[in-house]
Design a protein around this ligand. Structure first.
Ligand SMILES: NC(=O)c1ccc[n+]([C@@H]2O[C@H](COP(=O)([O-])OP(=O)(O)OC[C@H]3O[C@@H](n4cnc5c(N)ncnc54)[C@H](OP(=O)(O)O)[C@@H]3O)[C@@H](O)[C@H]2O)c1
Length: 225
């Protein structure tokens, strides 16, 4: 039975990844921060792991618990948007900067050495949930500055992970889920979370059609870095 690790599975896109992989018969390791979320994921059939990605102690605990697992897919999903700025006139505070950059950039950097060896035996896929808003080539507006900067940096993490892990057989993708109706995306977003995740699962599941080192949207369309 194939297995997936979803980092940040309590709600939104991460929860839907857990649901869909479980429905497909996969073993799912799902991380959460709160007890109600642990119970929710457990009742769905997931193996639950407590992880605040900002907590190095919990990260070490998760690495220890997963030691020896053979993973087919890891989804680095946990993320925050930060301040909803409309231009560059109100730069982030130190606290805002730290929260967003530590969650969206530092945590993925710390996951790579943990999950790389767990994915290599199955020649698995590391899917990093990026955003089109992190594309430097496409940047044409200045709203959401801190989030954009963090996702551009996260894209570099994905590229470097590809460079290092592809010789071990691990495929790394940076994925844009679309503008999705979740707490982060809001109610006016144009993509249902079920469709976004179904599309990303299709992309993740077909290494011949979508090779590693790519930045792709949930329909498999290539995006400019
Ligand atoms: N929705 C969109 O339109 C959209 C578009 C482009 C990219 N994305 C990306 O897709 C990913 C998921 O987005 P979403 O819309 O599902 O967001 P969401 O509804 O706001 O959910 C965010 C998830 O991240 C987890 N998380 C945040 N900080 C964490 C931490 N310190 N430790 C552990 N988990 C943490 C949350 O856990 P808690 O429940 O414990 O807070 C929750 O599971 C993000 O990386 C986001 O940047 C989303």
């Amino acid at each position: 039975m194939p297995s997936a690790l979803i980092l940040g599975a309590s709600r939104g896109i991460g929860l839907e990844f857990a649901r869909q992989y479980l429905a497909a018969g996969w073993t799912v390791h799902a991380t959460h921060r709160s007890e109600p979320d642990r119970l929710k994921l457990r009742d769905l059939g997931a193996h639950t792991l407590k992880l605040d990605v900002l907590d190095p102690g919990e990260l070490a605990g998760v690495a220890w618990q997963l030691d020896g697992e053979r993973l087919d897919v890891v989804v680095v999903n946990a993320g925050v948007y930060g301040p909803r700025t409309s231009n560059l006139q109100k730069p982030p505070t130190d606290e805002e900067f730290k929260l967003v950059m530590r969650t969206n950039v530092l945590a993925p950097m710390r996951f790579i050495p943990i999950v790389g060896p767990l994915l290599a035996p199955a020649r698995g896929t590391l899917a990093i949930l990026s955003s089109r808003m992190g594309s430097i080539s496409e940047a044409g507006a200045s709203y959401g500055m801190l989030y954009r900067v963090s996702k551009a940096a996260e894209n570099m993490v994905a590229k470097l992970a590809h460079a290092e892990l592809s010789p071990t057989g691990v495929r790394v993708l940076a994925l844009h889920p679309g503008w999705v109706r979740t707490d982060m995306g809001g109610p006016n977003a144009d993509v249902a979370v079920e469709d976004s995740v179904a599309g990303m699962r299709r992309v993740i599941g077909d290494p011949m059609a979508w090779p590693g080192g790519s930045f792709l949207d949930y329909r498999g369309q290539s995006l400019a870095w």
